[in-house]
Design a binder for this molecule. Structure first.
Ligand SMILES: NC(=O)c1ccc[n+]([C@@H]2O[C@H](COP(=O)([O-])OP(=O)(O)OC[C@H]3O[C@@H](n4cnc5c(N)ncnc54)[C@H](OP(=O)(O)O)[C@@H]3O)[C@@H](O)[C@H]2O)c1
Length: 252
């Protein structure tokens, strides 16, 4: 379904789940914009692919732990395309570390990237959404934010915070026509999951998934596409689980 004249921003869109989200929602919007942190070649290739498929696309380099960079990127999108109508906070970092070895620096960069980044992005995008009296915020969270983590306590805490931020945005801004929802994957086949899947805890997790396998990025992107569509106009403040049944079964 086409969302007329809408501009969508996907953070971390040059690889993994974000790349597939950008591909999936690009035909639904007027312009798809995504960010990348490091790999410019990969980002330019992803942009080219989107354009070859007939989409208007742009990408920007962004380290979302830095508010100044966020402000500059959103300012440029406002100038070039009029503003962000649909914000998909997908970019995040992860780190495997036993709790007792997590340093203050580990904790700080995790929270800055995974929670403060989306906070800054939402704040910078809101004026346009409020003016339009329409907006969609979708935050990609994680099952870790719902049931905690073993070797990713700081990651889990950042995602729990992002779930709460999602709820607060829905409480405050739904009356402006802006919906705010979270999509919560379990384990997905991307670079991020690679390390965890090699650990004993990771292997045990997969064994206990009721659907018997990890998710594809497409299975996450499908839900994001639904949440930004007009069909989801009455859904706000929700966390949609895409975890193959991991959470309801609580691993047993
Ligand atoms: N894969 C899973 O099993 C799983 C499970 C639950 C939730 N999730 C969530 O799904 C989302 C996508 O993850 P993924 O699996 O696709 O991971 P991924 O393949 O590692 O991609 C993560 C993306 O975030 C970007 N990023 C990292 N730090 C950043 C920063 N400081 N500023 C801007 N961008 C930054 C990365 O850019 P660079 O490549 O340039 O570093 C990359 O594009 C994340 O929110 C993740 O927490 C994933």
């Amino acid at each position: 379904m086409k969302l007329r004249n809408k501009v969508a921003l996907v953070t971390g869109g040059s690889k993994g789940i974000g790349k597939i989200i950008a591909e999936k929602i690009a035909p639904m919007v007027n312009c798809i914009v995504f960010t990348y942190r490091e790999n410019r070649d990969k980002a330019l290739k992803a942009k080219e692919e989107l354009m070859m498929n007939g989409n208007k696309a742009e990408c920007f380099k962004l380290d979302q732990s830095n508010r100044k960079e966020i402000r500059a990127v959103i300012g440029e999108i406002n100038r070039l395309f009029g503003g962000v109508d649909i914000l998909i906070n997908n970019a995040a970092m992860s780190q495997e570390k036993p709790f007792e070895t997590i340093t203050d620096e580990d904790w700080e960069i995790m929270l800055k990237t995974n929670l403060q980044g989306p906070f800054g992005l939402i704040q910078e995008c809101l004026p346009h959404m409020k003016e339009q009296k329409w907006g969609r915020i979708v935050n990609i969270v994680s099952i870790g934010g719902q049931w905690g983590g073993y070797n990713q306590v700081h990651y889990a805490a950042s995602k729990a915070g992002l779930i709460s931020l999602t709820h607060s945005m829905a409480k405050i801004y739904s009356k402006f026509g802006i919906t705010s929802n979270a999509v919560s994957p379990g384990l997905v086949a991307t670079d991020m999951a690679k390390n965890e899947l090699q650990t004993e805890v990771g292997k045990k997790k997969v064994e206990n998934i009721p659907l018997g396998r990890i998710a594809t990025p497409e299975e996450v992107a499908n839900v994001v596409a639904f949440l930004i569509s007009d069909e989801a106009s009455y859904i706000t403040g929700q966390t949609i689980n895409v975890n193959g049944g991991m959470l309801f079964s609580h691993g047993v």
